[in-house]
Design a protein around this ligand. Sequence first.
Ligand code: LCV
Length: 257
Amino acid sequence: MYVSSERQGNIGILTLKHQEKRNALSRALVAELIEKMDELAGARVRALILTAGVGARVWSAGHDIDELPLGEDPLHYSDSLEQLVRAVQHFPAPVIAMVSGSVWGGASELVLSCDLIIGDETSSFALTPVNLGVPYNISGTLNFMRRLPLHVAKEMLFTARPIKAREAEEWMILNHLVPQAELLQFTLALAEGIATKAPLAVAAIKEQLRMLGDSAPLQPGIFERIQELRHKVYKSRDYAEGIRAFKEKRPPQFSGE
Ligand code: LCV
């Protein structure tokens, strides 16, 4: 089991439980997570908390690097990470990310796709495509642009530097920065407050915000140019080097080829 599921009244709580692999978002973990989200949606929970547990040192290490395909688009539409981001965005109630510990790469996109983000003083967030030589995909890039000031998104994407809790609060990545001892109580109180409101109205407003926020008319020429840029990156020797270096537990040597 990679994910535990529980209900407290009208609140669902999903906890990532694969610390051996630092909760890497593998196909197996994502499939289990989506299945348990569907069960809680069926139980008509009015808020969903997504956590790795209070005090986790690593919330999630992001995409499972062992599952990144070489020489082809690593973040295609049906990729497990992309499926999970869409499942969160379409969940029929607010999804609250409750974060202790470090969040890496695609897991940062997952957290940013949640409706609310509550972190403690140990939380940090890193966007890591440049560590691996990965060409992030269009919807993920739009997610970053919509949730972060552009210069903040650029610094995170160009440096892959983990943004620590205090800075994450200043940059409005966190809705609230809460001491770890109060994190669960604060998050539950927030969820319970939402659960007392009219659930149909809450669900409709969440879906409206998603649809209006996603309406990004993309001219075919722009789409094709982006895909051409991305193709050059994921066909590059640097992308293969990024994956190999991670597996060999050594710093990558990027050549620009
Ligand atoms: C597979 C892993 C992973 C992992 N995959 O523990 O955003 S994008 O474009 O980059 C996107 C494609 C994406 O999300 O890519 C993944 C980005 N993630 C990262 O760059 C984080 C990679 N992980 C780490 O830097 C470290 O594991 C952290 C700092 C998270 C934790 O370090 P710690 O020393 O506590 P280990 O590194 O020893 O990891 C424990 C085991 O989990 C595996 C790792 O290979 C190790 O396996 P073994 O025990 O077999 O050696 N692991 C960790 N992250 N993303 N496997």
